[in-house]
Design a protein around this ligand. Structure first.
Ligand code: GDP
Length: 422
């Protein structure tokens, strides 16, 4: 593998900038800049030179092949965090034969050298993108290889079942065994339960990872925008405020006590005689219905039956005006009354929905699991001679789950979403 480098820390000024160099001769090249580095994983405080010229004084550490993030020989330069220092050092490394890494290339090498499985790579990607506490918690479990460990246990069950089937074939007088030991069926039933549990926990885990969408709907002037603005301003952990996918929808992302939540302001939800506007309204309605929950706002606590779904909340607005006597949730976006209660109500409901979250949170992982589960369906009815094949298919699906096979088509998609230097 050729020698690659990248800034591991964000570009710009900082106390320290770390450049990582990975590949064959990573140590030798580093020694050209920093002098001898005899012991691996040892911090050396050295002058970093381009020929005779001292570029910086920095901490240099090298890692042996097999003991680094990428699995290759790696050197880290902990430079002073000035862009010009980083630039000079990377120019020198380029002259020494190294090249700038592509996005995700370090992680790709870690995967290719077997340091990480595909589910860990996905977990690491999620960790780098995590904005809230629950996203971080899920991602770190995935990045630590929790799914791979489960898959290993499941493979162990398959190997046991497979061995029992093989043995019954070997011992049978004819080629095809009449009877398969009962144990095979109980092992496969156990595995089915594991897979069902994990598949069942997918929707919740995916919600944790991607966050929830809450559509704020109601008639014009119900106070939708005011409520969203109030929530966004009050919430100290506001993440961002980005324009929606359609002209009619504003998205406000925030951290609701650790849960990632996007509030959708569906400003356009009114009937219109204008055909184009009506199309926009229909689109907004579809979006509102696709959301995880809807807040139905009105001054009178009325709801739109067409858009009401189980788990929705009705919210009376403008409680400071006391226009109507209403029961249930009521808020004032002017005084802030009722907002905290509403948010904690929403949080409680969403928390219930993520209670059974598993570790599988990506479609790719789910489809491998579903495939594995399918291969194990009706094993009681499968003739013994086909049982071994079903077991092999299940094992292949589990291999796909961790990227042992069939990873290529996903790699580019996954790694291009990584930043350079990861
Ligand atoms: P939307 O059309 O549903 O987004 O409603 P807006 O948020 O634009 O609010 C419509 C009008 O109601 C505006 O004049 C707001 O200032 C007013 N309004 C919204 N919320 C409150 C509130 O809680 N109290 C009072 N007094 N006025 C409000």
């Amino acid at each position: 593998m050729d020698l690659i480098f990248a800034e591991a820390t964000p570009p710009g000024r900082s106390g320290v900038s770390v450049i990582r160099l990975s590949g064959h001769k990573a140590r030798r090249v580093a020694e050209q800049l920093a002098g001898p580095l005899p012991i691996a994983r040892n911090g050396y405080f050295r002058s970093i030179r381009d020929g005779e010229e001292v570029l910086d004084r920095a901490l240099v550490i090298w890692f042996q092949e097999g003991h680094s993030f990428t699995g290759e020989e790696v050197t880290e330069f902990h430079l002073h965090g000035a862009p010009v220092v980083v630039r000079r050092v990377t120019q020198t490394l380029t002259r020494c034969g190294a090249r700038q890494a592509e996005a995700g290339e370090f992680t790709r090498r870690a995967f290719q050298s077997g340091r990480m499985d595909l589910a860990e790579v996905e977990g690491l990607g999620d960790l780098l993108e995590a904005e809230t506490e629950t996203q971080r918690q899920l991602a770190i479990r995935a990045a630590n290889g929790e799914l791979g460990k489960k898959a290993e246990i499941w493979r162990g069950l398959l190997i046991r079942a497979g061995a029992l089937v093989e043995a019954s074939v070997d011992f049978a007088d004819e080629e095809v065994p009449e009877e398969v030991p009962e144990d095979v069926y109980s092992i496969l039933a156990e595995l089915r339960t594991h897979l069902d549990n994990e598949i069942g926990g997918f929707p919740a885990a995916e919600r944790l990872r991607k966050g929830f969408e809450i559509a704020v709907i109601g008639p014009p002037n119900a106070g939708k925008s005011s409520l969203i603005n109030r929530i966004a301003r009050r919430d100290v952990a506001l993440v961002s405020n980005i324009a929606g996918t359609t002209r009619d929808i504003i998205e406000v992302r925030l951290d609701l006590n650790g849960l990632a939540v996007t509030f959708l302001d569906t400003a356009g939800l009114r009937s219109s005689t204008d055909e184009i506007e009506q199309m926009g309204v229909d689109r907004a309605k579809r979006r509102a219905l696709a959301a995880d929950m809807r807040l139905h706002l009105s001054e009178t606590n009325e709801i739109d039956q067409e858009l009401w779904r189980d788990g929705d909340l009705s919210v009376a607005t403008k409680m400071d005006l006391e226009l109507y006597k209403v029961s249930g949730n009521s808020v004032s976006s002017v005084t802030g009354e009722g907002i905290d209660e509403l948010l904690s109500h929403i949080h409680d409901r969403l928390s219930l929905r993520v209670a059974g979250a598993g570790i599988v949170s990506h479609e790719r992982q789910l489809s491998a699991l579903v495939e594995a589960r399918k291969a194990l369906s009706d094993t009681e009815q499968i003739p013994p001679e086909l049982l071994a094949e079903a077991i092999r298919q299940t094992a292949a699906s589990l291999d796909r789950l961790v990227g042992r096979i069939g990873a290529e088509e996903y790699l580019d998609v996954i790694f291009t979403s990584f930043c350079i230097g990861k």
